[in-house]
Structure formats: C-alpha cells, structure tokens
Design a protein around this ligand. Sequence first.
Ligand code: ADP
Ligand code: MG
Ligand code: MG
Length: 549
Amino acid sequence: MDICGLETVVANSAYVSARGSMDGNTAAASRDKKMRARLKLPHITQCEHLKDQLDLDFNYICGRQPIGKRIFQQFLEEQDGFKVVAGLWKSIEEYNTSEEADRAQKAQKSVNKYFDSSSKQFCSFLEEKAIMRVKEDAKHGRGDLFKETEQQMLKYLEENALAKYKDSLHFYRFLQFKWLEAQSVTDEWFLDFRVLGKGGFGEVSACQMKATGMMYANKKLNKKRLKKRQGYEGTIMEKRILAKVHSRFIVTLAYAFQTKNDLSLVMTLMNGGDLRYHIYNVDEKNPGFSESRAVFYTAQIICGLEHLHQNRIIYRDLKPENVLLDDAGHVRLSDMGLATELPEGKDKTKGYAGTPGFMAPELLKNEEYDYSVDYFTLGVTVYEMIEAKGPFRSRGEKVENKEVTRRILNDPVNYSEKFSADGKAACEGLMVKDPAGRLGFKNNECAELKKQPLFKQMNWGCPSPPCPGLVDPPFVPDPKTVYAKDIEDVGAFSTVKGVLLDDQDKEFYDDFASGNIPIPWQEEMIETGVFGELNVWGAKGSVPRDLDR
Ligand code: ADP
Ligand code: MG
Ligand code: MG
C-alpha cells in the first residue's frame, strides 16, 4: 500500500469508529468532557431579560421548538387542571409517529380514554362535532385522525394555560435553554474527520460536536475564494434557506460560524454518499437502479421539492449528485447554493442557474420561470437513475454546452427497455418542454404527480411524518463503508492570491455566522441526552438553586 492509500485507510477508520459510537446511547462515551462541562444552564437572573427579546408566539415556543415543547408539556403534567390534556397530547404524538400497522389499535385506545364521556380522562373542552368525527374515523379505520383535535387542543392551551406557563418556573427553565442556545460557536466546539467531498469553495468533512458527541457534516467555504468568485449571494441564500426549512427530506443546518479563513455550514451528516456515486460507482459493471429503487428515491425527492416549493423556494440544482443518502438509506436534498426564494406576491423569476444537461427549456431560453424548472430537473434525474446516462448527454461524452442546450430545446428523449410504460410516462410528463403542460406543483401541492401510475405502490396519504419517509429503504448503506472518494482523489484547492478582505467583507461574514440554529440545536440536545442531564428539578415542591431568585 502506498502512503496515500494509507492516509485514507487511517482516516476512514477514525471516522467509522466515531460514527459507530453514535449508535444507541453511547454518544455520551465519545464526548469531550471538558467541552461538555461548558454546556451548563446560567442562573436565572442572567437570562430573565430574554423574556422581552424573544419571539414568544405560542406555536413557536410551545409547539415547533423541541425543547420548548418538552418543557411546556412537563409543566402541563404537573398541573392538576392540565394533566389530562398533556396525556391527550402525548397520545396524539405517539399515534402520529407509530408504524402503519399499529395505528388503528393506538387510535382506538386514545378514543376510549379521551373521547368517551364516561371516561375519567374525557376531554370535554373539545367540540362535540369533532369528538363525533374522531369516533367515526376510528370506527372505520381512517387515517390522520387527530388533526382537528390537535388544533383545538393547542387553541385551548393557548387560551387557558399559556399565561400561567409564562409565570412558572418551567418557563424560566426554557429561558435558560434559550440563553445557552444563543451562546456563540467557534470551530473549537468541533472535531474534524475525513474529507467527504469537494465543493466549489471548499471541502466538506465529517465532524463531531465535541460537547454532545453528535456527528455532522461541515461544509467549509473559503473566504477569499468566495470573494474572488463572487460567491457571497449564493452563500447567504444557501444559509438562509437551509436554516428556514425543516424537513426530513432536506439536509438540516445546525450551526453557521466562521474561522479566520473559512465560513462553515454544519449540517446533517449523510453517511451513505450521493446518488451519482451509487448510480455509477458502486457496481460499475451494472450501473443504474432498478425502477422500484428509483421510485423510492423519487418519492422522497418529491416530498423534499414539495416542501421547498411550499416555502416559495426554487431549488434549480436537482441532480443525482445533490441527493444524499443517510445511514438507513433514506435520501435528502442538499446543496442549496443555487436556490432562490420568490418574494411574497411575485411568482416568477429569471436568471441562468443550474447544471448543463439538467436545466429546463424556459430557463435556457432566458424566459421567466417558476417552480416548474425543478420538475424538469426531476425528470432528468429519474431518467438518469434508471438509464445510467442523462437524457441529453451520455456519460463521458465530450459535447459542448451549446449542443446540450440545443438537444434540450428540440430533441425528443429516447427510452430503452429499462423503462416500464409507467416509468416512461412519468419521465415524459416531467420533461415536457412547455412548463404549462409539465407535471409539477399545483395548488400548493404535488397531488397530480403523486397520482402517476409509477407511484401506485406508494402510500402518500398518512399524517406527519409523510409516508415515503416510513417505508423501508430498498438499499441500506454498509455502516463500515465510506461512500466517498479516497482522500487523495478528492483533489486539493489552489491557494487564492491577490484578494484582500476589508470591513465590508467582515460585515458579511458576521451576518453569515449567526451560530446555533434553534430547532436543530434543541433536537441535538434532546437526542444526545444533554437536555435530560441539564433539565434537573430536585424534590417536588422545591425550587432548584439555578431558578431561585
Ligand atoms: P457545492 O455547493 O460547492 O457543490 P456541495 O454542498 O454539493 O458543495 O458539497 C460538495 C460535496 O460534499 C457533495 O457532492 C458531497 O459529496 C459532500 N457533501 C455535501 N454535503 C454533505 C453532507 N451533508 N453529508 C455528507 N457529505 C456531504
Ligand atoms: Mg454540489
Ligand atoms: Mg452549491
């Protein structure tokens, strides 16, 4: 073995072992104790002022924020008047996250306990009509039972429990966590592992948050390279969009910080490699996926696209290389560097952005376009998964962009025997040259696309989390394999010369480096057990020292 190969072997082994320690509850063992000790709640007097600064919207502090919700539920459980509501809430959550097969039984149990007027836990605050409907739905085994109940429950809690909560010690505990969350982050908190891939402005490495043991991917963007190649706008867009979206089908941003030379985006670690690698490099003699495997990925991609479009974001760079696999074999969209957001009231945009061979005709013709460009790229991506070549260029074909553009604008696509009739029909519907006739996003959803015969096996319709996320993946990455190029093949960057950074640049970097992203940070604290370790209350009725004013 040469020295280079050895470097990869050593780096892979360190990475695989850190990753392995994330299985089960052993993350704590791989933590850095000194850094963990720095994560501690402040005394309440240090953070009381946050009360006047934070966004205290009920749904945000008690629903969408994971720690906020936990603490609020804990508060409810300890109030005689709200104990039952807390029980109802937990039972709805359990129902929503349970396996399809257990749902009917779970539903019936909740109905007997909370919806039957003879039960001690009967929730009389729910509207009678809603109670009737839930009972009917349960009797007929219908899905998505408790949506209306949940809304009424939250409304009831906002009107009856919120004010009391804001006066409680629990709320002050929440403020303590918000204080901790707002502390600045630096690279000191992260331990880097091997390089996983190379982007336009820097490398992406695996990394570990030292204090919790959580593994992430760290995408570095070199400050000087960004400035030289006018990358600021794309970078801030990528950060803003990743911080805004929360979907299991899109990588999540957890931290944004800076070092002397780089900006860093710390996000969901996708251990399984990208779809391009799996199409071509895993089984080189037999590239491409079976149609059923392609359908699974496509369904998850559609869920990701739908979420982006509901948030007014056009992705513009969908291609196999930007779709990444996690440990279990589920996929997420990544690389929002070319994405753009449509401002409220505007439903089209203009501008050349994307990858040659994928871009939609209307974009290439420099016309105004909307979300529909992402369904053209989806068609190209589905085609490539099945055919193991692009519809408008072969792999390795030396062809000028002008010719690829000409083909996209004019040529029909050829389908081999690898496509079923349904597969061909879906690709054709997605690659319609005129966006008006293309399958896509209509009335704020992808209903028409999801109804395509190609997806007839797919159950789209259950409550959150959406179903394609609950299906067992057709391929599970091997936990001991690193699905990335050897380190020496990743390629190095040349140094950037002749770029000076000034105050204006600094302002941009400070704007970028906003630190922890609240929801993912809270999820990390809960998942790694740190939340539980810090949220200590002591004997009933006593006030913990850190909350004693
Ligand atoms: P760029 O915007 O410069 O193209 P990308 O975001 O696509 O950069 O990242 C470059 C490469 O790094 C990807 O092709 C992939 O191999 C790897 N990569 C990116 N994000 C992740 C992640 N979250 N987990 C694992 N690998 C990643
Ligand atoms: Mg990329
Ligand atoms: Mg990019």
